[in-house]
Design a protein around this ligand. Structure first.
Ligand SMILES: [Zn+2]
Ligand SMILES: [Zn+2]
Length: 141
């Protein structure tokens, strides 16, 4: 039996296949991709920026992000393309986050680690203290 789903883009009910979008949206997306790709294939447009592409093809901005994320548009081939950092929206060319956000995440992680280590150390010291205490009691006997 065919499984029905809602298109993740337009919400239309469609028969679920490999994609998470309906046939209409898929056709639309393919058209957008062809437009972007043929524009970029033109030797003069190799260094086009997002804005250039949007101006020239009239497609919506998020399509470009999607194509880059899906690696259909390779940033190695088109050096002036970028997509927004998931946290702050700065243009980036690799990964999910810009340098700044990456660093602040690493800093946060380190801080957490330090806190954990402190807690760990505290636990150790208190258990050591307890041991001494028990020993102490034993010795006193
Ligand atoms: Zn749809
Ligand atoms: Zn960022």
């Amino acid at each position: 039996m065919a499984e029905l789903a809602n298109c993740s883009r337009c919400g239309a009910v469609y028969v679920k296949a490999l994609r998470d979008i309906c046939q209409d949206c898929y056709t639309e997306e393919e058209r957008a991709f062809q437009a972007v790709y043929s524009f970029l294939l033109n030797q003069n447009n190799r260094k086009a920026t997002r804005t250039d592409i949007i101006d020239a093809t009239g497609i919506e901005d998020w399509y470009i992000t999607k194509f880059i994320r899906e690696k259909r548009l390779l940033l190695s081939k088109f050096p002036n393309l970028s997509y927004p950092c998931e946290t702050c929206g700065t243009g980036i060319t690799s990964g999910k986050l810009c340098q700044d956000c990456q660093e602040s995440i690493i800093k946060d992680l380190k801080r957490e680690e330090e806190l954990e280590m402190k807690a760990e150390r505290y636990k150790k010291t208190s258990s050591v203290a307890n041991t001494y205490y028990t020993l102490d009691k034993k010795n006193r006997k």
